[in-house]
Design a protein around this ligand. Structure first.
Ligand SMILES: [Zn+2]
Ligand SMILES: [Zn+2]
Length: 345
């Protein structure tokens, strides 16, 4: 079968980026009794996937790529019976598998599971996952949109961590795939107004389609003043930073108002350090700054929300697995919201 593989690693001396290629590999087989073989329909490219090319995860070469997918159950192990899955069911899944028994798992912090196993091989024609990683899609949810469930789950947790109160004016920094999903979800969850900060014009347009009330270009010299106008000189009640840009994270501290919540949900560059005056931001302004690593326990709730969501404006381009080099190039350009492989092409 075909699979997208990291075939060349990052070279730290020459700073030459790694490379992906579409390779012919063995079709995966059922091994464990609770394994599920999924014929992948669509696999989307994560904002973090290009970090593979930058050596962020120190992977062996070759390594399979991708962790966001939808598909159809093709075979089930004899003990994959707890969820009532059947051959032919349309499903999505969570690449991150936790043990359920370590101290973190038992204390509601399973994102830090000491025995977690999480690596995707989703950008391929087939994948085998354990039953507890596989989720049946609600009635009426299409496979294309369902391939965005894993990043949507990240959006769900980010919104929960923002401690939204009904009617709040919330800002979303970054109009990439997750930022756009956060935008729509905020409106569904009762945000009064949502403002999206995004430098790329086409993404600002998509943000409006996703329900944003206002869009601003954070590169404009007068953006701080515009925020003051929009918020009656109070600043936002909360801001969710999804761009991964260190400068945007720094600006977030100024854009939220007193007692505001800032969620820094991205994977920031290794060497970025944030400077802040503690007297000003922690004492006088009483900011709540919340980091975020992964989202584990919200996955079923993300699946439950799918029928209410419309991801159409997020999906920009669809590629064959054979065109993975181009797809990764496009993802790196930062111009697009969500790029997806049709794994049947
Ligand atoms: Zn992802
Ligand atoms: Zn655990």
């Amino acid at each position: 079968m075909k699979a997208v593989m990291l075939v060349k690693g990052y070279n730290p001396e020459t700073k030459e980026l790694g490379e992906v290629a579409c390779c012919e590999v063995e079709k995966p087989q059922l091994v464990n009794e609770d394994d599920v073989l999924i014929k992948v329909a669509y696999a989307s490219i994560c904002g973090s996937d290009p970090h593979l090319l930058e050596g962020m995860f120190d992977l062996p070469i070759p390594s399979p790529c991708g962790h966001e997918l939808s598909g159809t159950v093709e075979a089930l192990g004899p003990k994959a019976t707890r969820k009532g899955l059947k051959v032919g069911d349309k499903v999505t899944g969570n690449f991150y598998r936790t043990c359920g028994g370590c101290e973190y798992c038992l204390n509601g912090k399973s994102q830090f599971c000491e025995n977690a196993f999480g690596w995707g091989a989703a950008q391929a024609e087939y994948i085998v996952w354990r039953e507890d990683q596989v989720y049946k899609l609600p009635e009426g949810v299409g496979l294309l949109e369902a391939s965005l469930t894993e990043p949507f789950n990240i959006a769900v947790r980010a919104v929960e961590l923002a401690r939204l109160r009904t009617g709040d004016h919330v800002a979303v920094s970054g109009g990439g795939g997750i930022g756009l999903m956060v935008t729509q979800l905020l409106k569904k969850c009762g945000a009064g107004r949502v403002t999206v900060l995004e430098p790329v014009e086409s993404k600002r347009k998509r943000a409006l389609e996703m329900g944003a009330d206002y869009v601003l270009n954070p590169m404009d010299a007068d953006v701080a003043q515009k925020i003051q106008e929009l918020t009656g000189n109070k600043g936002f009640d909360a801001l969710i930073e999804s761009s991964g840009n260190g400068g945007a994270a720094r600006n977030a501290l100024d854009f939220v108002g007193r007692g505001g919540h800032v969620v820094l949900m991205s994977m920031y560059k290794k060497d970025f350090e944030l400077q802040m005056n503690l007297l000003e931001y922690c004492y006088r302004k009483e900011l709540m700054i919340q980091g975020m690593y992964l989202a584990q326990e919200s996955f079923q709730r993300a699946v439950n929300m799918l029928p209410q969501m419309n991801f159409e404006p997020v999906i920009e381009k669809i590629y064959a697995l054979d065109d993975c080099k181009q797809a990764y190039e496009d993802q790196k350009s930062g111009k697009y919201a969500k790029l997806i492989f049709d794994c049947s092409l």
